[in-house]
Design a protein around this ligand. Structure first.
Ligand code: HEM
Length: 496
C-alpha cells in the first residue's frame, strides 16, 4: 500500500540525471536542439521521467491521449515558470494568465474576431505587408541577406494593422522599441537562467511574481514595457470609442470590432479587458510566425525541386469567385506550412502543473521500472509536466518511419492522422491545444500563406555555402548561425 500511495512517477523509466543541481535540464534545453529528447523518446517511449534542478522529478509527455487529457481536462494549469514570465511580459490581466470564467469570456469575444470569415477580410492588408518584404529584398544588393529582421518587422506590421488597425509607425516609438528589446531579451537559454527559473518556481507564486520589483535593469525594462503597452492600448481604445460616439465607422480591425456597440460577444467585455491584451498581441504573433516562415524557406532552399514545384503552384494562382487568391486551394503551399510547423514548432515544449491528485491516461501502456504495465500515470497535485509538442510531432507511430524528415508530400498522400482532433490545426500541437490554444492561429496560417506566396512568386532562395542556419531553443525555436547568433542568411535572386 505504500507503493500505491506513492506517485507512480518514481517508477517511470527515464535517463539518469547528469548532475543533482541541474538534473537533465542542460541536456534537454541547451544545444543541439532536440538531440536528447529524440534519443530518450526512442529509448524510453512517449512518457519518460527526467530530472529538473535540485533532484525534482519531471515528466516528459508526448503520448497523444495524455497530451489531450492534460490540455483539455482542466486538471492542469500553466506552471509557475511560464505563468510568471507571461505576467511580466504581458501584464497581470493578459489572456494567457487569466483562468476559468474570466478567460472563457475573453476568448469567446476574441475567437469571434478570429473566425475563418473574419480573418479572410485581412487578406488584402497582409498582401500589402508581404509586398513590402519584396521591395526590401529588391533594394538589397547584399549577396547573403538575413531574412529574420525583414520577416519579423512584416509580422509585427501584420499584427498592428489587423489587431489595432494602424501602422507600426502610428504606435509610440518608445513602445515599438521596447517591444523589440523585450522580444530579444526574453529569448535566452542558459544554465544560469534555467536555475533561476527553477528556483523561482520553488518560491510561493506571489513571491516569485514580486521579484520583478528587484532593482535590476531587466525587471525595470519589463515594468516599463507593460506600462507603455497599457498607455498605447488605452490611446488606441479611446480613439476607437470616440469614433463610435461620433457615429463614425470604427474600422475592421480586431479592437474596433470588439468595441463596436452591436458586437454580439462583447456584452461582458470592458475596455480595460481589451487594453490588457495589447502586449500579448504585439509579442505573441510576431517572432512565432516569422520563425516558422524562416524554417519553411530553409527547407525550400535545401530542396530546389520542391521549391520549383511550389513556385509553379503559386504561379498558377487559383482565384475565388470574388477574384481573390485562393490560398486554401494550394495543396503544396499548405502542406509546406504544416510540415514547417510540425518539424519546427516554435514552442517545442510547454509546462503544466497538476492542480490536484489525478491520473494521466495513456494511449499505449508503458512498462514501469518494477515491471508493471501502466495504462495511466498517477500524479500528485503540484507535479510538473513538460508537454513535448516537438516530440509528439515526430512520433513514428503517427507520422511514419520518416517522421524526422521534412516531407510536405506526407500531407498530400494522406500519410498523416486524419481523425482525432488534437490541437486546432491539422492534428498538430504547434499552436498548443485546449482552452489556452493559440488565439491567433488562423491569422498566422493566412500570414504564412500570403508571405510565402509573395516571396516564392518573385524570388528564388538558396543557402550561401559559407553559412549555416540551425534551430536553437531560446524559449522560441530561433534560427541561428554557427556562432549561435540570430541570423538566417539566404542568397535571394529575382525569378526571371
Ligand atoms: C506560427 C505562428 C504561431 C505559433 C507557432 C503560436 C504558438 C502558440 C502557442 C504554442 C501558444 C500556447 C502557449 C503555451 O501553451 O505555452 C500560443 C498562445 C497564444 N498565441 Fe500564438 N502562435 C502563433 C501566432 C500567433 C499570432 C499571429 C497571434 C496574435 C495575433 C498569437 C497570439 C497568441 C495568444 C494571445 C496566446 C495566448 C492564448 C491564451 O492563453 O488564451 N499567436 N501561441
Amino acid at each position: 500500500s505504500t507503493i500505491r500511495q506513492q506517485s507512480s512517477i518514481q517508477r517511470i523509466p527515464g535517463p539518469p540525471p547528469s548532475s543533482w543541481l541541474l538534473g537533465n535540464m542542460l541536456q534537454l534545453f541547451l544545444p543541439p536542439y532536440g538531440y536528447y529528447d529524440d534519443i530518450w523518446r526512442k529509448a524510453y517511449g512517449t512518457v519518460y521521467r527526467f530530472q529538473g534542478c535540485f533532484g525534482r522529478d519531471r515528466l516528459m509527455v508526448s503520448d497523444p491521449l495524455a497530451l489531450q487529457h492534460i490540455l483539455n481536462s482542466g486538471e492542469f494549469e500553466f506552471a509557475p515558470i511560464f505563468d510568471t514570465l507571461f505576467r511580466w511580459l504581458f501584464g497581470e490581466r493578459n489572456m494567457a494568465v487569466l483562468k476559468g470564467k474570466e478567460h472563457r469570456n475573453l476568448r469567446t469575444a476574441w475567437n469571434a474576431a478570429f473566425t475563418a470569415g473574419a480573418v479572410r477580410q485581412y487578406q488584402p492588408i497582409l498582401e500589402k505587408v508581404a509586398q513590402g518584404i519584396s521591395e526590401k529584398l529588391d533594394a538589397s544588393d547584399s549577396p547573403a541577406i538575413d531574412i529574420c529582421p525583414l520577416l519579423s518587422s512584416a509580422t509585427v506590421s501584420s499584427t498592428t494593422e489587423v489587431v489595432f488597425g494602424c501602422a507600426v509607425d502610428d504606435l509610440g516609438a518608445e513602445f515599438v522599441e521596447s517591444n523589440s528589446n523585450i522580444m530579444a531579451s526574453s529569448a535566452t537559454q542558459s544554465s544560469a537562467q534555467i536555475l533561476v527559473d527553477e528556483f523561482g518556481g520553488l518560491l510561493p507564486s506571489w513571491l516569485f511574481r514580486r521579484t520583478i520589483y528587484l532593482p535590476t535593469k531587466a525587471s525595470q525594462a519589463l515594468r516599463t514595457h507593460v506600462e507603455l503597452a497599457s498607455r498605447e492600448g488605452w490611446r488606441l481604445v479611446r480613439e476607437k470609442m470616440d469614433a463610435v460616439k461620433q457615429g463614425l465607422d470604427g474600422g475592421d480591425d480586431v479592437y474596433s470590432m470588439l468595441l463596436r456597440p452591436d458586437a454580439q460577444t462583447n456584452k461582458s467585455l470592458r475596455p480595460e479587458d481589451i487594453v490588457a491584451q495589447t502586449s500579448v498581441m504585439m509579442i505573441g504573433g510576431s517572432d512565432t510566425t516569422a520563425y516558422t516562415l524562416v524554417w519553411a524557406l530553409v527547407e525550400l532552399a535545401k530542396n530546389p525541386e520542391l521549391q520549383d514545384s511550389l513556385r509553379a503552384e503559386i504561379h498558377g494562382r487559383p482565384r475565388t469567385s470574388r477574384g481573390d487568391v485562393a490560398y486554401d486551394s494550394m495543396p503544396l503551399l499548405n502542406a509546406t506550412i504544416k510540415e514547417s510547423l510540425r518539424i519546427y514548432p516554435v514552442r517545442p515544449w510547454t509546462y503544466r502543473v497538476a492542480t490536484k491528485d489525478t491520473f494521466i491516461p495513456l494511449s499505449q501502456s508503458i512498462l514501469s521500472t518494477t515491471g508493471e504495465r501502466l495504462s495511466q500515470i498517477q500524479v500528485k497535485k503540484g507535479q510538473l509536466v513538460t508537454l513535448g509538442f516537438a516530440s509528439y510531432q515526430k512520433l513514428e507511430s503517427r507520422w511514419g518511419e520518416d517522421s524526422g524528415q521534412f516531407k510536405p508530400g506526407r500531407w498530400l498522400e494522406s500519410r498523416v492522422p486524419q481523425s482525432d482532433a488534437i490541437g486546432p490545426y491539422a492534428n498538430l500541437l504547434a499552436f498548443s491545444g485546449g482552452a489556452h490554444a493559440c488565439v491567433g492561429w488562423r491569422l498566422a496560417v493566412l500570414e504564412m500563406q500570403v508571405i510565402l506566396s509573395e516571396l516564392l512568386d518573385k524570388f528564388t532562395f538558396s543557402l550561401p555555402v559559407e553559412e549555416s542556419i540551425e534551430p536553437r531553443y531560446m524559449t522560441n525555436l530561433m534560427p541561428t548561425n554557427a556562432d549561435g547568433q540570430k541570423r538566417a542568411a539566404f542568397c535571394v535572386k529575382r525569378v526571371l
